[in-house]
Design a binder for this molecule. Structure first.
Ligand SMILES: *Cc1c(COP(=O)(O)O)cnc(C)c1O
Length: 354
């Protein structure tokens, strides 16, 4: 007996998400998962480990709502932003529906859809990494959820606000539009939260994994109108957040934690602009794309060679060679000043000019 034959056909066919951790590597410089390079320090306050946690921990919901400028019934907490992606697909898509996304973009939209047995329609981003609205409209039939990532991972740019509003108007009454704002803390003025009041079919994904430097916590959020949040409440696990997670998340969202996050953002932006400047002057670098997030997309003459050489030196970056229209591109997370300098030196050394 082959146990595989008992599993669902779509799971048999599924290629799991190639997460940074799954891809492995050996080294001391990890710039492949858009993490903040230094861990914040928190102590546990709540030690009621014998009890089930609150289904939606009140302190976390209230603190996040205050931070995001919405009311608590506009907030769902989940096990990372990734859980939100799957909850939305599970709650809104029948087997015959499809989801739509615009590559090159975050890989989990496709993986979650395939896991749920829901088809994917893809409408590639334009040359400038913006939405192709005409093509989206043409393919919208049967689409229940449209995922747009802004700032987009891995390209780093924002999606034009006016295009997002056009998309929201085009999809009203037909599909949920998910705007993935995992990196919004690096460009907070670009958030679509201010549009929630106008669009009952808008859902915004947030996370503590990036600017808050808490990827190990696994804590994310969906922001939407109360009716949409209520629908997701029906499908989420009864106790999604472990007590230690909500304990630390609540602390991270208090004024002092927010202040710390903002200084992390400032440090990242400073280091990003320095890294950008250094990379532009290196041999083999064809283009450093502009970025609104904590990573840079860089196009090299031979990206795979650069990726492999740095990998062997223990500098682990994210290869994008196989992503749509990103041949020879590498995504580099902004690290500490010292880490960024090591990256630049290692690339420079490839020219044999050290
Ligand atoms: C990191 C990331 C997420 C969510 O990450 P979690 O760690 O699951 O919160 C969602 N979308 C994008 C584009 C991301 O890069």
């Amino acid at each position: 007996m082959n146990i595989n034959n008992l599993s669902r056909k779509n799971i048999q066919a599924l290629t799991p998400y190639q997460s940074a951790r799954r891809l492995g590597g050996k080294g001391d410089i990890w710039l492949n998962a858009n993490e903040y390079p230094i861990s914040p320090n928190f102590d546990l306050i709540d030690r009621t480990f014998n009890r089930y946690p609150e289904p939606q921990p009140q302190a976390v919901v209230e603190n996040y709502a205050a931070y995001a400028g919405v009311s608590p019934d506009n907030v769902l907490v989940s096990r990372g932003g990734d859980e939100s992606i799957e909850l939305i697909i599970r709650a809104f898509c029948e087997a015959e529906d499809s989801v739509m996304y615009c590559p090159p973009t975050y890989g989990m939209y496709a993986v979650s859809a395939q896991t749920c047995g829901v088809a994917c329609k893809t409408v590639p981003l334009t040359v400038g990494f913006q939405l192709n609205l005409a093509e989206i409209e043409r393919q919208l039939e049967g689409v229940k959820v449209v995922f747009v990532c802004s700032p987009n991972n891995p390209t780093g740019n924002l999606i034009n606000r006016s295009d997002l509003l056009t998309l929201l108007n085009m999809t009203a009454g037909r599909a949920v539009v998910v705007v993935d704002e995992a990196y919004i803390e690096f460009c907070p003025e670009a958030t679509l939260v201010t549009e929630l009041a106008n669009y009952p079919h808008l859902a915004i994904i947030r996370t503590l994994s990036k600017a808050f430097a808490l990827a190990g916590l696994r804590c994310g959020f969906t922001l939407a109108n109360g009716e949409l949040i209520q629908i997701l409440q029906k499908v989420i696990a009864p106790y999604p957040l472990p007590v230690p997670v909500s304990d630390i998340a609540a602390q991270a969202l208090q004024p002092q934690g927010l202040q710390q996050m903002q200084s992390q953002v400032a440090e990242t932006l400073k280091n990003r602009s320095e890294l950008q400047k250094q990379l532009k002057n290196l041999p083999f670098v064809e283009q450093v794309y502009p970025s609104e997030a904590n990573y840079l997309l860089v196009k090299f003459q031979d990206g795979q060679k650069v990726f492999q050489s740095l990998w062997e030196k223990g500098i682990i970056l994210r290869d994008q060679h196989k992503a749509l229209n990103l041949q020879n591109c590498i995504r580099i997370t902004v690290g500490t000043k010292e880490e960024n300098e090591r990256v630049v030196e290692a690339i420079y050394a490839l020219s044999g000019k050290e």
